[in-house]
Design a binder for this molecule. Structure first.
Ligand code: FE2
Length: 263
């Protein structure tokens, strides 16, 4: 079995690159299940019901979130009907489903979304307690595979969490930094990568307008969150699972840069 995971979709450009390239990726890699991180999909922060449906139409089977899950308040009106949405299990607001179980071929796949604590302490509870509670809650449900989207800032924190849960999971894959790391590896049957990277404007500051970020960081100007309008990059990872053992046997980085790349 193959599972495709695409990193933080940032704004319209991120959605467009999914629309344009996901059919080609599916043709070439033939994934059985596709997960996308959608926490930046609506204008760089949050998600709306319209964009949720748009991403499902493009080919998402499940959508994970992050620190911006509730940035667009209208999502609160639709949580009940968004049955492919997984919200951070340890977000202090405690809304939405922190994990969901999907039937993939003849297997049960549990997809989990959890936030790291470093730089996110003010709106998170302990990720280890939250994850332990999921494993306890699902222990009698005959789950074949657990997949964790770890939405966190620090590479060290991500690796530590992967080490703690690698025996239980087929994957601990990072999101949130928007920059793809080159540390993909299999940890005793668990696919790990610190950050799968974003699907969004390539020539940008992690998806945001460069000039605006300079004005904010250097000149301390008050700015609004403007998504860059440059051509997008698509980033993600494909993991391969041994159908006999239900353990990961391969992870491959995916990155498609725009033709007008600067480097
Ligand atoms: Fe994030």
């Amino acid at each position: 079995m193959k599972i495709l995971f695409l990193g933080d979709i940032v704004g319209k450009k991120g959605r467009e690159v999914i629309r344009d390239f996901l059919p080609l990726i599916k043709r070439d890699y033939n994934p059985d299940f596709t997960i996308m991180n959608a926490e930046n999909a609506a204008h760089g922060k949050g998600l709306t019901i319209k964009i949720y449906n748009e991403l499902l139409n493009y080919g998402a089977d499940a959508l994970t979130m992050g620190n911006h899950t509730f940035s667009k308040k209208e999502i609160l009106l639709h949580l009940d009907e968004m049955d492919k949405l997984i919200c951070p299990v340890n977000h202090i607001d405690g809304m939405g489903e922190g994990y969901r179980i999907f039937k993939v071929n003849d297997k049960k796949l549990c997809v989990i979304n959890v936030l790291g604590r470093l730089t996110q302490e003010e709106y998170t509870t302990d990720p280890y307690e939250a994850l332990d509670a999921i494993f306890e809650d699902t222990k009698d449900l005959n789950i074949d595979m657990y997949f964790i989207d770890l939405h966190a800032e620090a590479t060290a924190e991500k690796r530590v969490l992967a080490e703690v849960y690698k025996d239980k999971c087929i994957a601990v894959l990072g999101t949130h930094t928007h920059i793809q790391t080159a540390d993909e590896q299999i940890l005793d049957g668990c696919a790990f990568m610190s950050d799968v990277g974003m699907c969004g404007p390539f020539n940008s500051v992690i998806g945001r307008d460069i000039d605006e970020c300079i004005r904010k960081m250097v000149y301390k100007e008050k700015t609004r969150f403007t998504v860059a309008e440059t051509d997008p990059v698509l980033c993600g990872a494909l993991i391969e699972i041994d159908d006999e053992t239900n353990r990961a046997i391969n992870i491959e980085r995916i990155q498609i840069r725009p033709k007008d790349k600067r480097i």
